[in-house]
Design a protein around this ligand. Structure first.
Ligand code: UDP
Length: 372
């Protein structure tokens, strides 16, 4: 055997695991079926703009260990995510905060906002929220649910809000302050130089083979390493033998425009049900501190994001964490647990709606656990 570990997938999980293995004196080969490293955090340079090729990635964490860890591989700008919601041309601040409540209801004080939410929650008769719709109404009331959550969520997930788990909407803070920071995180930013550069640094000195599909040639790959770290979809690993897990996929329509500023913000969410895209990213605004970039960069790159049900051949993005998929995943997990030479990790390997910092923490944990 040539390597201690064959790492399938050059995204954050695979790269961090590989780095840890190598620093413990192990040998690794990282392979990826795509023609590039960095998985879905891959950024591509277009006219000097780092384009988030697989959607917006804003690094944020409360985990000191993870924050300290990533500092070894990148410096971070001080970008703070403050998306804007566009509902049929009405603009609202996100996450839900005093600016949102003021625009929606004309309320001025936190007390008035809280009273309005409570009034709408009580009128809807919700005591114990059992799904995303009830959770949303109980957090922010029916008006905000109708204008800023319902249409967006149905487009994003392709399912009714009442058929989705409550936890998804709890990702968003609700604040009775004038604070547009989307994340409740101690640390936040975008790597200067882009995510691809950061992952390149994590993988420095580690052999990587691109355009290499593990599942297409599994037995040959298995022969070259003692253990496999697999970060692809868990159901694909088992040839979908128990059935297919559902994923949401995203299609991007990206355009280079000859204007300096298209929408004045990195992310604008289109929260009505009729607009076919969920959001538009304007990539240059992720590079914090270039507010007058129009002067030196008269162009801009935007991506419209269209959400769709995953089908074979598409890129899987989001696991759909409803009951059926949760149960099916548990069955696959039992199969995975009996594979003594394979470690499953990452958003697809663990079928989990992970943020980047959680992926890194999980990779560090399993490196700790498995690498002796
Ligand atoms: N969401 C919403 N309206 C918005 C933004 C988010 O209803 O304008 C809901 C939607 O259900 C979404 C969830 O909140 O799936 C989580 O949003 P987040 O921004 O965390 O999603 P991600 O960036 O991971 O796609």
């Amino acid at each position: 055997m040539k390597y201690n570990y064959l790492i399938v997938g050059a995204g954050l999980y695979g790269a961090v695991f590989a780095r840890e293995a190598v620093s413990h004196g192990k040998s690794c080969l990282v392979i990826d079926k795509r023609p590039h490293i960095a998985g879905n955090v891959y950024t591509e340079d277009v006219e000097g703009i780092h384009v988030h090729k697989y959607g917006a990635h804003i690094f944020h964490t409360n985990d000191q260990q993870v924050w300290d860890y990533v500092q070894h591989f990148a410096s971070f700008n001080r970008f703070t995510n403050s998306p804007v919601a566009n509902y049929h041309g009405e603009l609202y601040s996100l996450p839900f905060n005093m600016y949102t409540f003021n625009k929606m209801w004309g309320v001025i004080t936190p007390e008035e906002a809280a009273a309005k939410i409570e009034e709408q929650r009580a009128a809807a008769g919700i005591t114990e929220p059992r799904n995303l719709e009830e959770q949303a109404i109980s957090l922010v009331g029916t008006d905000i649910y109708e204008k800023l959550i319902k249409g967006y969520t149905q487009k994003q997930w392709g399912r009714e809000c009442r058929d989705l788990p409550a936890f998804i909407i709890k990702r968003l803070p609700v604040r009775l302050t004038f604070d547009n920071n989307y994340f409740n995180a101690l640390y936040q930013g975008i790597p200067n130089g882009g995510y691809t550069r950061m992952v390149e640094n994590i993988l420095e000195g580690i052999p990587v083979e691109l355009n290499a599909d593990y599942l297409q040639n599994r037995s040959a790959w298995n022969e070259i390493a003692e253990k496999i770290v697999y970060t692809g979809p868990i159901d694909a690993f088992f040839d979908f033998s128990l059935g297919t897990l559902e994923y949401r996929s995203i299609r991007f329509e990206t355009e280079l425009l000859d204007i300096p500023n298209y929408q004045g913000n990195a992310v604008v969410n289109y929260t009505d049900a009729e607009t076919p895209w969920t959001r538009i990213l304007e990539h240059k605004w992720f590079a914090f501190g270039k507010d007058d970039a129009g002067d030196d960069l008269p162009k801009t790159v935007i991506s419209r994001e269209f959400s769709a049900e995953w089908k074979p051949g598409d890129e899987p993005y989001y696991p759909v964490n409803d009951k059926r998929n949760g149960e099916l995943y548990q069955q696959y997990k039992a199969l995975a647990d009996s594979e003594t030479d394979v470690i499953f990790g990452g958003r697809l390997g663990e079928y989990k709606y992970y943020d980047m910092d959680q992926v890194i923490a999980a990779a560090l944990n399993s490196a700790d656990r498995y690498i002796s």
